[in-house]
Design a protein around this ligand. Structure first.
Ligand code: GDP
Ligand code: IMO
Ligand code: MG
Length: 429
């Protein structure tokens, strides 16, 4: 019998499902917390005893003293953000020894963030992706075109100088010739980067080997996905996606662990749907109901503060995400936000010019022509934010949970009934 104990937690919609909260809830049983893709585009909120913390780069388990937190090789790390986030936490007396950063993670440089903004501006109206402006796309472009800087380059001043010399030459051609900007002087980029390298060096470790050992010793490892299946670079609503593999498979390239290390996939599903940024969203609700979901759910971006687009549950989209992630169990969040909404709409298929479509399309550009076909489920008015057990929920709330289990053929192991750690119904996840 394998003694492996590795959970992978991934989002099932367009992000902001409440992954941070679920990681935090599982946290007391976890030994090692890992982020493995994306970067500071993520905003994972943890509310513990009324105190709210938003993690962008660091794993959401950082509030648990003494546990190991890992930033895997698949991440793109903005050193300034890293130092701000660690600085803030450690000033509150956290133990420094427990954070390990992969030497193979890529560095988000200031020119990546500049390029992210310039590209968005030049795409113009109707073509913008609505990125978070955190330099994610340009940094992954450099990674794959082999013009990137890795953490191991950042912490070695000689290598940094050598690589940055020609990388910056290339970038300056783009800034000056394509965007009519001034070139970036070498020292203005090199000097701060060298200092970031010095500050990050103490955390750098062979995270693949650390994780390998932890898994083989039977430690409980929790791999925390950022973004979500429908934002996946391959499987999402391209081009309105992020630049990394956000569905389950990204966890292996992003850590160096192997697929058979995994014991379970936890899929985080919000009880309705939100999206921030551009791109198709068939169940988006432009009426009063959408406004109410935004208001009651506090649906404003944890990273950019942008209002999130809101709408109803989309079953074909969720079936697709559930397959893609190989979900074993669902963590259903924000059920409380549906309280008092009246009838609850659930999209079960789409109407495409009179034709019924029941599955998620391969060409997601056609989604804008899809009209959602809704089934209506009865709602509830009772406050559920104090419910501790499934049986405490109103009958209609229970039916909604059972409905989700049935259509997705996956058990709901945890239900969120409020933002706080203790506003959770744990059904033995
Ligand atoms: P993440 O990116 O998936 O970690 O999600 P975000 O943190 O960006 O957004 C989720 C928001 O919903 C945060 O403000 C959480 O505090 C909040 N939240 C999480 N779970 C629940 C829940 O069950 N009910 C309510 N009302 N809020 C929740
Ligand atoms: P968490 O982990 C929601 C969206 C952006 C934009 C697209 C590309 O908190 O769920 P990027 O800056 O990544 O190039 O932007 O992806 N996006 C997110 N939306 N939650 C996130 O992270 C997101 N990270 C990126 O809004 O549409
Ligand atoms: Mg978020």
């Amino acid at each position: 019998m394998s003694n492996k104990n590795v959970d992978l937690l991934v989002g099932a919609q367009w992000g902001d499902e409440g992954k941070g909260k679920v990681v935090d809830i599982l946290g007391s049983e976890v030994d090692v917390f890992v982020r493995y893709q994306g970067g500071a585009n993520a905003g994972h909120t943890v509310v513990a005893d009324g105190q709210k913390v938003v993690f962008h780069l660091l794993p959401s388990g950082m509030l648990y003293p003494g546990k190991l937190c890992v930033l895997g090789n698949g991440l793109v790390i903005d050193p300034e953000q890293f130092l701000n986030e660690t600085g803030e936490l450690f000033s509150k007396g956290q133990d420094k020894a427990r954070l390990a950063v992969s030497p193979h993670a890529h560095v988000v440089m200031p020119y990546h963030k500049m390029l992210d903004k310039l590209q968005e501006e030049s795409r113009g109206k109707g073509r913008k992706i609505g990125t978070t402006g955190r330099g994610i796309g340009p940094c992954y472009v450099d990674k794959y075109s082999r013009s990137g800087l890795r953490i191991e380059d950042l912490i070695n001043p000689d290598v940094l100088r050598e690589r940055l010399t020609y990388i910056l030459e290339e970038k300056n051609q783009i800034f000056t010739k394509l965007y009519g900007q001034k070139p970036l002087p070498f020292d203005e980029v090199f000097e701060p980067a060298r200092k970031w390298g010095e500050a990050i060096a103490p955390y750098v470790d062979d995270t693949r080997a650390l994780l390998r050992r932890a898994v083989d010793e039977g430690k409980h490892v929790l791999l925390e996905g950022a973004q979500a299946a429908l934002l996946d670079i391959d499987h999402g609503t391209y081009p309105y996606v992020t630049s990394s593999s956000t569905s389950a498979s990204g966890a292996f390239t992003g850590t160096g662990l192997a697929p058979n290390d995994l014991t379970r996939v936890i899929s985080v599903v919000k009880a309705y749907t939100t999206r921030v940024g551009e791109g198709p969203f068939p169940t988006e609700d432009f009426t009063e109901a959408g406004e109410t979901l935004r208001k009651n759910g506090g649906e404003f971006g944890a990273t950019t503060g942008r209002p999130r687009r809101c709408g109803w549950l989309d079953v074909p989209a969720l079936k697709y995400a559930t397959e893609l992630n190989g979900a074993n169990v669902i963590a259903l969040t924000k059920l409380d936000v549906l309280t008092g909404m009246g009838d609850i709409k659930v999209c079960t298929s789409y109407d495409r010019n009179g034709e019924k479509v029941t599955s998620w399309p391969t060409d997601t550009r056609v989604l804008s022509e899809f009209k959602p076909v809704y089934e209506t489920l009865p709602g509830w008015d009772e406050d559920i934010t104090e419910c501790k057990n499934f049986d405490d929920l109103p009958e209609n709330a229970k039916s909604y949970v059972r409905y989700i289990e049935e259509v997705l053929h996956t058990p709901v192991g945890l239900i969120g009934v409020g933002p706080d750690r203790n506003q959770t119904i744990n059904r033995g996840i």
